[in-house]
Write a protein that binds this ligand. Sequence first.
Ligand code: MZP
Length: 500
Amino acid sequence: AFYYEEPCHTFNEYLLMPGYSSAECIPNHVSLKTPLTKFKKGEEPAISLNVPLTSAIMQSVSNDTLAVALAKEGGVSFIYGSQTIEQEAAMVARVKAYKAGFVTSDSNIKPDQTLADILKLKEETGHSTVAVTDDGTGTGKLLGVVSSRDYRVSRMAVDTPVSSFMTPIEKVISAPKGATLSECNDIIWENKLNSLPVVDDDGKLCYFVFRKDYSEHKENTSELLDAQKRYMVGAGINTRDYAERIPALLEAGADVLCIDSSEGYSEWQKRTIAWVRQQYGDRVKIGAGNVIDGDGFRFLAEAGADFVKIGIGGGSICITRETKGIGRGQATAVIEVAKARDAYYKETGIYVPICSDGGIVYDHHITLALAMGADFVMLGRYFSRFDESPTNKVNINGQYMKEYWGEGSNRARNWQRYDLGGAKKLSFEEGVDSYVPYAGSLKDNVNTTLSKVRSTMCNCGALTIAELQEKAKLTLVSSTSILEGGAHDVLLKDSNNQVK
Ligand code: MZP
């Protein structure tokens, strides 16, 4: 057996030490742009992210609703693969069909549907206005609209048909197809509307413009209504049914794929990547993983992976280390894989981005992972707490919680993720089913998290992630210094000014 000389470490055991910050070094000047896929020296990556965040390939995290919300903030979701090929492709297609600021076919309803259907739609899409069209699609004839106000005021039974409380088309203020965003905005403000349907000559619905769109897009007011933004989305695949799943996901519009596996240093991954290269050449982008050392990285890089994911056993819902006794402290894994990535780059001129997956508990762990060499991070627990995640929000003892379960739990039964050949089943659990405290909207939380990341980067004198990786000074902390890092030797107050 081979024994490592040093123990492995987690993010919590490290601190960043400040470097010199010039007057230029302010959070507003920080760029968090980062490569998602590999590139040759001197070239640009085919896909970059504006922020270094991706959401985990998990049933309780990455559906189409969360994918749209994260793409709006500049990151990318990988839709979970532990569902049928048709279901996963449909989720991908819904993200691609979503046009910034416009009602999609998801937010439409037929007049004979009920209030209960609207409430469900609202939950799924987050839209507060629903279009009532004759065929219930985004291109049907517009018969009326229902806004949150309409159904709240009406307080009707949930089985009430929509036609009885919608605002009928005669009373709906609309704009003609071809109107520019600034023209729409004038109508919105003159009439104190929150949203404005745009219809063609036959009364067919083209899209809605929302009041908030204007502030988001006011630079290109004249072009915005053809230049409809498509959001980027990734999709998880496995090493069993890739020959059927991948074509369906690409047809649905997936921008990037990722092999979802608890253990990536395997022949199964090599075969999967080889199949992609044989079918599509370099056109299709595919990440692989997870690995926790330099050998695993090199194996996947040589197999042709576009990026490599790091992490075994560090996920908040993961019990792999307890059940199988394998894994490695996430910080040590990232540091070692980053060294292998840099050596590979020096040798071949090919930069293969790496992703630190799992185990992010505090926002500063993201900065630590980036400083240690990760190009981006993947988070499960973090995103599962938000409105946009697919799971139920429940009240437990007076506190709102969201459900969050591992892909290796009996609930998810994602045996493909743990597959080493053999029977098509999950032989034993490697994940748990849990609750996480509900935390509100993705946008608010991501903005707060990233402002902390930018601020720490400035303390380290870095305006880009590459600069952070070059300049960061990291120190291991003793267990007593960890205690010193939290509030200590004071009595904390609760919200009523009482001692907690
Ligand atoms: P976290 O952000 O919740 O700490 O970790 C999320 C990561 O845990 C996922 O991206 C995935 O790599 C891993 N995961 C998902 N399910 C399990 C499991 O059931 C798991 N063991 O380890």
